[in-house]
Design a protein around this ligand. Sequence first.
Ligand SMILES: [Cu+2]
Length: 724
Amino acid sequence: MKNSKPKFHAPRLTMLAIALSCGLSTPIWAQQETHLSTVNVIGERIPSFGTTLTKENLGDRGISTNDTASMLSRVPGLSFYAGGGVSSLPVIDGLADDRLKILVDGMSITSACPNHMNPALSYVDPSALSQLNVYAGVVPVSQGGDSIGGSIVVKSTPPAFAQANSGFQTSGKVSAFYRSNGDVSGVSVVANAASDKFSIGYAGNTVDAGNYKDGNGHEVVASRYKVRNNALNLATQSDSHLVTLAIGWQDIPFQGYPNQSMDMTSNQSLSVNLGYSGTFDWGQLEARAFRQRVQHKMDVLQDKAAAMGLAPAASYMPMDTDAVDLGYSIVGTVQLNPKQTAKFGHEFHRYTLDDWWPPLIGSGGMEPNTFWNINGGQRDRLALFSELDSQVSEKLSTQVGVRVEQVTMNTGNVQGYYDASAPFGDAYETDAAAFNARDHKRQDLNWDLTAALRFDASAESTYDLGFSRKTRSPNVHERYTWANEAMMAGLMNNWFGDLNSYKGNLDLRPEVAYSFKASANWHDAERRNWELTLSPFYTYVNGFINAVPNTSMNMYNMSGLIGRQSLTFANEDAQLYGIDISGKKYLGKANGDWTLGAALNFTRGKTVNGDNLYNIMPLNVRVTIDHALGAWANSFETVFVSAKDSVSAVRAEQQTPAYTLANYRSAYKFGKGIQFDVGVDNLFNTQYVLPLGGLEYASANMTTAPQLLRAAGRSISVGLSASF
Ligand SMILES: [Cu+2]
């Protein structure tokens, strides 16, 4: 929506972070913003139901987490499925994971394993970020597609250029941190060299984390991880054109998953991302082409195996994934007249996936064949969209958009570990034959529509109203996983952390969400003293892809874990509703400036049959007090989460108790460009379980029900960074 302002600024943890970025002799990072605003002038509108986080209000969260998704924890309505240490899955107002469109520097990246261990945001570290946009519920069609819940658009640090005639300039930043719980350490480097025409930059970081301990001091096995990220960024610009080329490579030697049977034992990716933006007489053109390949391996980490009483072994169950995302987009933006802007776009995205599990010779149950979970899976999206922004009057602006997307999917034939003549009998052969006998090609034609308006009633009040129809086609695993066998196959196809077994469904149809959202924002005229935002929402999802009991006659179709279920994906109508409330109040001056902030989220999700949707965050409230005095900034945060008692019966979801957490952070800037950060997460060492964390696999067996995933106890963080 044109000329709109952000509905809600996440309260500032500190002013220091941005000062740090532009404090030195070459304010090269500050120039980026200027640069972007000249080349990318129309494209960067602020969403009506969105939040923008920049370097400024991302603040110093980076020392307390390397999980980029969790940087959004202060955004109202955001919650997270817990998983690996850098790979949590974000949720917007109850809709999670593949239901959100997540773009990393314009690239659509698909979670490429049957546990969704490598979601898009796990490929970028907080230290490399410059901006995160969250579009909640009603999303501009130019930012959506193939999603029903919302969009998260992440941008890493854009290329820096020297000013004209100022020669060659360099800049950079080096940071290091340590966190006590899990003995986590890491370093990050950002370096840039540029003339006024060319720019070359590097961003890289490392993280080494041990297992964390809960509030009682007990270790959570397989919560350790190790990450190496690198990105090389090249760019060239002229008066009205900018070309960027980014090459990224990641190596995760291991990332434990306490709430999965499997752990990541290798994730290696290489991405190439070519971007163009230019200004012409007729308007602006943005284009992009990208390719990312990931090779992903899973097995069971030794400490998890030991906790389950397994003898040490080189491998317990090898699983491999090889996936490629590639795509391009072309977006033109035209100023039709002084009051109207139109946007036209075309996108293509191809995802290909092989998901195979090599035999483990001598295991008995996992030989002699390779298990083909997905063999040559392919998912193509071809999209066209058009969006019109209008300034109808001084007070009223509108946005309407329509998007059509063709999704074409296919996959090859499959096989199990052994055939019906094996000692265990027919665990796989009948199922594989049934799957192979069917045509696997599926094609969906998906229509999305967004209509939103903003009414600036007065200097102190703004109202937003929006409606959207959004569509998501099933993902490759939802449509094509085929095995009814629950323990060796179904349990592996699970990205929910609930230890249930899942099987795909060739007859799934796309899920279509109809969302209504309103937002009322009241504030003082200068937006400095106070602000209050109320955003109720309602979504009806036609054919929500849920799960139903797996009724196959396969005799191995039952979970061997006490209380866990064997399920099949199925469409089922569902509705979600709730409200996000947030506000802030400047408290005044007393040894610095004090600001109070608060955010509340209430979400309910139910199928039309009355069962609750899985993993809906219970009522939660976050209260923050921010303090700034010169070079010193402090933030004290309290999080109240009520008991989760609305749980999904079909998934045997377990209730979680209420808890209260306190976190403290402080940052001090020394002279020019040196910053010291310190923080304490879970200040009172509260013992609690994560409402969206699922169950601990190491505690699961055939006689006792698995325990809920324990959260981390107190952790003290320190960080030091220097800019040059
Ligand atoms: Cu995996």
